[in-house]
Design a protein. Structure first.
Ligand code: SF4
Ligand code: SF4
Lengths: 259, 131
């Protein structure tokens, strides 16, 4: 049998395409026919786009041990003393690090001495999601949370390079020995994956507000639906001047600061 | 045939050697199936045992994807019973010791899934943070 070069190339490329296209169609879990069905939790808190207001007029930075402590405790965030290996979901930075794009000349004393509470902004147009080659980081269509599926993370750290806010941490070592008090209901991470704040997705699905919001006694943290014009968060944003971090980058953060 | 004296015994020897694993293992005995410690607080798993035995990993995979990506949370089994799609609460709520259940079968089958590098059973966790 003879086969022309042209025909050979045609057949091979079409077969390769078919092979590649097959498994990439649709969600992975549709491949397994489950005998049962899946539905939403009855208590789930719902929103089109979750967002948070950090009211720096109320947050004086004196009790941040509480909110950061609770967040890191329930999520098994390791406490690693060496700065370059630290893992942080909720953390504090001075004004010039939190808002490096804003004028740092002649800053008012009030702002200069503040430690700003920072977390993942759950950007509306998140660059980390675009950078992730495995879709381990993704934005949920239903509530706007930028989530991670740690099972898929290959530790390439593209997302860390892409995030303009330093919201992500890498596990340079096995984090488990550094977790002070293990919460068995939440997994730890393993060496070689990235992690970050998840807006307490595991609490929202059972009807609870994020842990930091619940912990803050001063009412400095307000969490709600940015897409609902009648929500408290929208009322606050309508009433008070606010800023977001690095708005010029067009990531449209869902975390707003009042000062 | 040229060189018959060498070729034929050679061929026989080759077949005997190539088939070695088959007859060698045919005379051996099966390792006994491991004894699994069954949960005391439940009679049935999420789905029927043969399905779970063959597909528990795929079920868990489907649960994870549904929870993290599609905001789903409740699984209604074929029997009509509902479960939270949560490894810790649902699976480990019954199988309290992974050593006496998961690991025995995994060891028997020579598979080492990395579940416990991240997920925790209450027993290990209470022993302290050292892994
Ligand atoms: S703050 Fe960073 S990690 Fe969070 S969504 Fe935006 S780009 Fe991604
Ligand atoms: S480190 Fe993980 S989450 Fe980040 S881009 Fe790579 S695979 Fe995605």
């Amino acid at each position: 049998m003879t086969i022309s070069r042209r025909k050979f190339l045609k057949t091979t490329s079409v077969s390769c395409l078919a092979l590649a296209a097959g498994p990439s169609l649709g969600h992975g879990y549709e491949l397994l026919e489950l005998p049962g069905r899946m539905s939403k939790g009855p208590e789930e808190l719902k929103a089109k786009r979750w967002g948070m207001v950090v009211d720096m007029r109320k947050c004086d930075g004196r009790c941040t041990e509480d909110c950061i402590g609770v967040c890191h405790e329930i999520h098994n965030v390791p406490f690693i003393p060496e700065a370059e290996h630290q893992v942080m979901w909720l953390f504090q930075e001075p004004y010039e690090n939190a808002f490096p794009d804003r004028s740092r000349e002649l800053v008012s004393k009030v702002l200069k001495n503040r430690r700003f509470l920072l977390l993942c902004n759950h950007c509306d147009d998140p660059p980390c999601v675009r950078a992730c080659p495995t879709q381990a980081t993704f934005k949920r269509e239903k509530d706007g949370i930028v989530m991670m599926d740690y099972h898929r993370c290959i530790g390439c750290r593209f997302c860390m390079a892409a995030c303009p806010y330093g919201s992500r941490s890498f596990n340079f070592r096995d984090p488990r020995p550094y977790v002070r008090k293990i919460n068995p209901a939440f997994p730890t991470r393993r060496r070689g994956v990235v992690e970050k704040c998840n807006f307490c997705q595991e609490r929202l699905e059972v009807g609870k507000m994020p842990a930091c919001v619940e912990t803050c006694k001063k009412g400095a943290l307000v969490f709600g639906d940015l897409d609902d014009p009648d929500s408290e968060i929208r009322r606050i944003l309508a009433e008070s001047p606010h800023v977001r971090r690095k708005p010029e980058l067009g990531t449209r953060p869902s975390v707003f600061y009042l000062f | 045939m040229y060189g018959k004296r060498w070729v034929i015994p050679g061929m026989i020897l080759f077949v005997a050697l190539a088939a070695f694993p088959f007859y060698w293992y045919a005379v051996g005995k099966d390792k006994p199936f491991p004894q699994l410690e069954m949960p005391k607080n439940a009679k049935a798993c999420v789905e029927k045992t043969p399905f779970m035995r063959a597909n528990h990993m795929r079920l868990l995979d489907a649960w994870r994807i549904a929870v993290v990506r599609d905001n789903l949370f409740v699984y209604t089994a074929a029997s009509g019973k509902t479960f939270e799609m949560n490894l810790h609460k649902t699976c480990l709520g019954c199988h309290t010791s992974t050593e006496k259940f998961c690991d025995r079968c995994h060891t028997y089958n020579d598979v080492t899934p990395p579940c416990w590098e991240c997920h925790l059973q209450t027993e290990t966790a209470s022993k302290g943070s050292a892994s």
